[in-house]
Each structure stands twice: as C-alpha cells, then as structure tokens.
Ligand binder design. Structure first.
Ligand code: RNT
Ligand code: ZN
Length: 424
C-alpha cells in the first residue's frame, strides 16, 4: 500500500517533468498500451515442440543452451507457463506459434500433413484470452532437413515435401487469422546453408526463389494472413553460406510486397538493425521484428533494455511507423527460469518502446532543422535521465501487474508451486 501511494505520488511529478520538454506521458502510455508484442511459444520449452518424435533441436545453427529445471514438456504446460507470463506483463499481447507446436495428441502427424484442426485448441485458447496469434512453418529439427537444405534442396522430393509444409502453414495461418479476427503473420525462416565453400550459391537461391514463387502463388486475404520472410547472415555450423540472405529476401519481399522480418541476431555485430528500418520502409509497407539479444553470435539471449533495442524502438517511432511495425520476440534461454525469461524480455521491449515514446521528438527535430547540433545532443542526453521509471511503474500499477522487482517473488512462487514439481 505504502508503495502504491509512492508510485501515485511520483507519477504526477514525472508527468510534469516530461511536460516541460513537451512530452505528454498519458499519450505515450496510451500508445504503449495499444502496441502488442508477439510472445514466441518456443521460450517455454527450448524449441522442442509437441511432435511425437525425438528429433532434437537442429539445423541452421540455432541452439538452446542451458538446463534450468522446470522446462515445459507438453501443450498444457506451455499454455500454463504462457498464462503466467502474460499475467505478469502489462497490456494485451499476441502469441507466436511454430508449426511443431500443434495439438497432435499422441498421433504422429508428418509436417506435410498438418491441418488447421491441429491448431484448433490454440485458436480456442487464444480466443478465450482475446489474443491474436502469429505462425511459423518449421523447417528444422527434422530428418528431411538434415542435409542442410530444404526449400533450396536439389532433391525434388525433399523440396516438394517442404513446399507442401509451408503451403499448409499459410493455410493454417489464414484460418487462425480468420477465426480470431486479426491477421496472422506467417513468417518463413529456413535453415539452408553450408558450413564450407560452395560453388552453387546461385543455383540454391534460384531453387529457393522457385519454391517461394510456388508457395506464394496462392493468395490470401490480408485481413487473415500476412506473409513475411526472415534472413540470416550465418549460423554455427553454417558459417560459409546462407541461402536466405538479407539481400535475397529484401529483394524478394519488395518484388512481392511481403513483410520483411528483421531479427536483431541475424546481422554482423557492428551492423545495426535499427539503421535498416528507415531504409526498408522506403520500399515496404510493413516490417516484422524479432527482438532478441545476440551475444557474440546469434545466441538468442533474453532481451534486456540495451542500446540496440532502444535504438530500434526509436527508429520505429521516429519514422512514425509504429502502426506498420509488428514486434515479436525470439529468444530461447534454457539456463534461467523460462517464465522469468518471458517477463524480462517482454517488459524490456515495452520499456524500450515507452522510452522512445517519451523522447521529446518535436523539439529534437526542430533543433536538428535549425542546425543546432549541440542543443540536439544535449536534449537527447538529458532525456536519458528523466524519471522514466516513475511512468513505467505507474503503467504497471494501473494495469494490475506486479511493479518492478515484485515480479521476482511471483516467478519464484510459480517455480516452487509448479515448475519444481515437473519431472524434467
Ligand atoms: C533462427 C530464426 C528463427 C527461429 C525461430 C525458432 O535463426 O531466428 O526465427 O529462431 O523460427
Ligand atoms: Zn528470428
């Protein structure tokens, strides 16, 4: 109670502080509240999925490291953990599903045989909670991906198998979008590439292009389905060549008016995803972001409030493209409490957005226009120490979620009561 009073008292002062630099905190909070983040189901179980198979996570150099106890081992546990995470994150968010997370019961359903019915229970679940759902085809952790090539395979049978999978995933995505009344973003990421030198770079990309053309020949109403493609620079074990490179997909997305997915972990360490935003929006209407935290490589560490995430949100807000930006998460850390990972990562993403929404942009633009570079830099520096925490705490309080470090005890309780009782 004492604490609540303090937050209620601190907020009006923070509001005035911001008003003084021309920033309306109410407007910022309202905009933040209307911005969903798509929580990826795969943090809950280290990208294991719900298929009846023992294929371990493999392909494309993605890897979950760690063995923290309490990992979710089935659909029910994943849903329970997600519910817990949503309950600790302010606002209304989305869910990002992978095809390997279908409700297959105890049947083994091949990837080229999946149907909307396998995702009906997810649709019901999301409908009950009023959350939108996004979708991804799964082209890794499968014997038919072991050669390192899927949609760019030279083996016609393998290529056809994966094309059929992706076609079905788009169909499922469109079904989900229609049922839930909010477009489902279907994202394609493939693991294709090679560890060492190859002379067939062109051939592989031509094959990928042909596969994609066939896949996208079927059109869906964009009120139910939006398509996006995700590039990568390299992965562990595929250092020399990635078929679906940035330039390939950038060109493909522009030519076909698709969404482009920019994953923070998929670029060179000195390259910044934030800087790509204003360039790509010149050609495309919408972008999808995978907010993650690369540490030395595409390690998918839990998102924290760091410079790159802040810069990304600033670029989106400064370009006035928040309505055209879809914000998703993509990390899988098996080394810490997994629900804690969701909460830290989502809240950090929201904090970065709120910080961007609280920047005195108009004043900054004016200074820049007038060539007042010192004033611009000074204002940006000062904005960093405005009482942002008071605004954020107030938002959490108003949204009835634990404020600040109060989430720690909540997560610990859940760990004691639920996670530690699991067999894994
Ligand atoms: C892999 C991509 C991709 C995956 C998910 C599981 O490098 O980032 O988005 O992480 O599809
Ligand atoms: Zn990604």
């Amino acid at each position: 109670m004492e604490k609540e009073k303090r937050i209620e008292r601190a907020y009006p002062i923070a509001k005035e502080e911001y008003a003084e630099i021309g920033v309306d905190t109410e407007r910022a909070l309202d905009r933040l509240d209307r911005t969903p983040v798509s929580l990826h189901c795969w943090q809950a179980d280290d990208v294991s999925g719900c298929e009846r198979s023992d294929a371990a996570l493999s392909g494309g150099g993605i890897q979950a490291t760690g063995n923290y106890p309490g990992k979710a081992t089935n659909l029910q546990e994943i849903r329970r953990d997600l519910d817990k995470a949503y309950s600790l994150i302010p606002g209304n968010h989305r869910l990002n599903l992978h095809a390997m997370y279908g409700d297959f019961g105890d049947r083994r359903v091949e990837r080229d045989r999946i149907e909307p019915e396998h995702f009906q229970s997810w649709v019901d679940w999301a409908g009950d909670r009023n959350i939108g759902v996004d979708f991804n085809c799964t082209l890794f952790s499968h014997p038919k991906a072991d050669s390192g090539y899927t949609l760019s395979s030279r083996d016609d049978g393998i290529r056809r198998f994966w094309m059929e999978h992706v076609k079905r995933c788009r169909e499922i995505g469109s079904y989900i979008g229609k049922e839930l009344g909010t477009p489902c973003i279907h994202n394609i990421w493939i693991p294709d590439g090679s560890k060492d030198v190859t002379v067939e770079r062109f051939l592989r990309r031509r094959l990928l292009k042909e596969s994609l053309d066939a896949i996208f020949s079927k059109k869906y109403d964009s009120n139910t389905l939006k398509d996006s493609v995700e590039s990568k620079l390299f992965g562990i074990g595929m250092e020399s060549y990635t078929v679906g490179s940035h330039e390939f997909y950038l060109g493909y997305a522009i030519e076909n008016r698709l969404l482009l997915c920019l994953d923070i972990g998929h670029f060179h360490p000195t390259e910044q995803v934030s800087d790509k935003v204003s360039a790509v929006f010149q050609f495309l209407d919408e972008l999808l972001f995978h907010v993650t935290r690369p540490v030395r490589w595409d390690s998918d560490h839990v998102v924290t409030l760091n410079d790159e995430v802040r810069a990304l949100m600033q670029e989106i807000v400064w370009a006035d493209k928040l309505d055209n930006a879809h914000i998703g998460l993509d990390f899988f850390d098996a080394g810490i409490n997994r629900i804690g990972a969701y909460v830290i990562g989502t809240r950090a993403t929201q904090k970065a957005l709120l910080l961007a929404l609280l920047d005195p942009v108009e004043k900054m633009r004016q200074y820049e226009k007038d060539g007042r570079k010192f004033e611009l830099l000074a204002l940006m520096e000062e904005a960093k120490s405005k009482p942002f925490g008071a605004v954020w705490d107030y938002y959490c309080l108003k949204k009835n979620v634990p404020v600040a470090e109060a989430v720690i005890a909540e997560i610990q309780n859940y760990e004691d009561a639920v996670l530690n009782k699991r067999s894994s």
